[in-house]
Ligand binder design. Structure first.
Ligand code: CAO
Length: 470
């Protein structure tokens, strides 16, 4: 006899009572493991809840408008093997036996208790990381591959507009940036009427007061010139390529942060000749010794460890401005994010409590998080709570760049490619391996002198990691 099992909402980063905005499956439908069942959307995140195993949907427990928290039952799914043994046409599927939770106690059947599924598609922007989301496969696309999801809330924080997919489509058709629309429905949700009202107001000249559309709109509260409208096809052949949702959302956040934070970037060089030699030697030893197969020690892991010491010495860098902009929140924990380039976009996974971890463990965790990021499997918890970010382009190239602060963090360290350079030691030039550092900071919080001291200290640490023990 078939025994459907519950598909439950996984750990979604502490969000509660999140509205269901889409139900993506129906009774009788076969689903692959990790196929999205429903979409949840809070004011900070859009999350797709995946099927924890392959099978046939026997009952959908929610409808659009319901709310769910972690552990909430989404559907009853008959696991694939049982379903294959007892094929059930969709019409009869609703009659299939169900593993019901106890209605009175809400307790899960024993078989499902403790089941935990990984969120696959998350556009979450818990705390502060900017967010992007999810390019779902078109309906009917193969279900063998995990959903191409992702979230690139990487570069900064903020609010993702709270609106249904239909309203988003409607807004897109009208060219409305939902970040500028105020939602009037329950919980601040943006309705179709809100979009219509926004357009009316814009036509009447009122939208300019809304601010925000730095590049695409009329300049908003910044009173910028309108974005140039050019018929490029007049000048040669062109092709239109819509931005992905991730690009649009992270772009809006980047534009906001770039416009609102007075950025300054402080550049410095670190002499990592000794550190790189140590890193190479340790990796060699690991290859040869008992730790054969141990994770590779990366320069990024050493940089994150150095960041701990620098943040502890200069606590105003391990801080955020509160919403009023008048109080600095100093953090006693050290969670460090690192920008990771993935096929779905840029994300910033966070390694927690770096102050309590060694370089080897940090290397192991960054490697695991980067892999998870590339597979599109980071959940909100993997990307929240960062205090400071590191953007390393050293594996690619470049001599310096100006990273954008991942608000509400107050500083971000850009790392470029190290190179052998002649360095004057007071008597003669010596060949040294030099690593370029570019620290962008929020000048409302950090003075130039503090930034110069922080960056110089960072370079000193990388020049001699023994300083990190002091
Ligand atoms: N200088 C010179 N070489 C460097 C280097 C540096 N600063 N950093 C890394 N490298 C080398 C490594 O030694 C490695 O060489 P080998 O293969 O010979 O050992 C190679 O570059 C590849 O390193 P890596 O990039 O795979 O590993 P990493 O730990 O340095 O970086 C990660 C991991 C996740 C940061 C990286 O994969 C990534 O995504 N980088 C892009 C981040 C990004 O997009 N930033 C911009 C965000 S917008 O501000």
């Amino acid at each position: 006899m078939a025994s459907p099992q519950e598909a439950r909402v996984p750990d979604i980063g502490g969000f509660d009572d999140v509205p269901v905005i889409e139900v993506l499956v129906s009774v009788g439908e076969s689903v692959a493991k990790d196929q999205s069942l429903i979409t949840l959307e809070s004011d900070k995140a859009t999350m797709e809840v995946p099927a924890p195993f392959a099978g046939v949907v026997r009952e959908v427990k929610v409808k659009v408008g319901d709310t769910l928290s972690e552990g909430g039952v989404v559907a009853l799914i008959e696991p694939a093997e049982e379903a294959a043994a007892q094929p059930t046409p969709p019409a009869a599927a609703e009659e299939a036996p169900r593993a019901q939770p106890d209605a009175g106690t809400g307790e899960r059947p024993a078989a499902e208790t403790g089941t935990r599924v990984e969120p696959v598609a998350v556009a979450a922007k818990p705390d502060n990381i900017a967010q992007a989301s999810i390019d779902r496969e078109p309906a009917g696309a193969t279900q063998a591959a995990p959903p191409r999801v992702l979230d690139a809330d990487a570069v900064m924080p903020d609010k993702v507009p709270y609106a249904s997919p239909a309203v988003r489509v409607f807004a897109r058709e009208l060219g409305v940036d939902l970040l500028q629309v105020t939602g009037s429905a329950r919980g601040g949700r943006i309705s179709r009427e809100d979009v219509q009202q926004f357009v009316k107001s814009a036509l009447a000249g009122g939208a300019a007061a809304g601010g925000g559309a730095v590049a695409g709109g009329g300049g908003g509260g910044l009173n910028l010139l309108p974005w140039p409208k050019v018929d490029f096809s007049k000048f040669g052949e062109v092709e239109e390529q819509p931005l992905t949702r991730i690009q649009k959302i992270s772009g809006a956040n980047l534009a906001r942060n770039w416009a609102m934070i007075p950025h300054v970037t402080q550049h410095d060089d670190a002499d990592i000749t000794g550190l790189e030699a140590l890193r190479v030697e340790l990796n060699r030893e690991n290859e040869r010794g008992a730790d054969k197969g141990a994770v590779k020690l990366t320069m990024l892991a050493f940089i994150m460890k150095a960041a701990v010491s620098a943040l502890q010495k200069y606590p105003q860098f391990n801080a955020s401005l509160d919403a009023s902009g008048e109080t600095l929140i100093l953090k006693k924990y050290v969670h460090i994010g690192f920008a990771a380039d993935t096929p779905n976009g840029l994300v910033v996974p966070v390694v927690r409590d770096c102050d309590r971890k060694g370089v080897m463990q940090i290397a192991q965790e960054t490697s695991a998080l980067a892999k998870k990021a590339r597979e599109g499997k980071l959940g909100p918890a993997d990307m929240s709570g960062g205090c400071f970010s590191i953007s390393s382009l050293g594996g690619i190239g470049g001599t310096s760049f100006t990273p954008i602060v991942n608000a509400p963090e107050v500083a971000i360290l850009g790392v470029s490619k190290s190179a052998m350079k002649p360095v004057w030691n007071g008597e003669k030039f010596k060949p040294r391996l030099v690593l370029p550092l570019s620290l962008s900071y929020d000048h409302r919080v950090i003075d130039g002198a503090a930034a110069a001291r922080f960056t110089a200290y960072f370079a000193q640490l990388l020049g001699d990691m023994r300083r990190a023990m002091l």
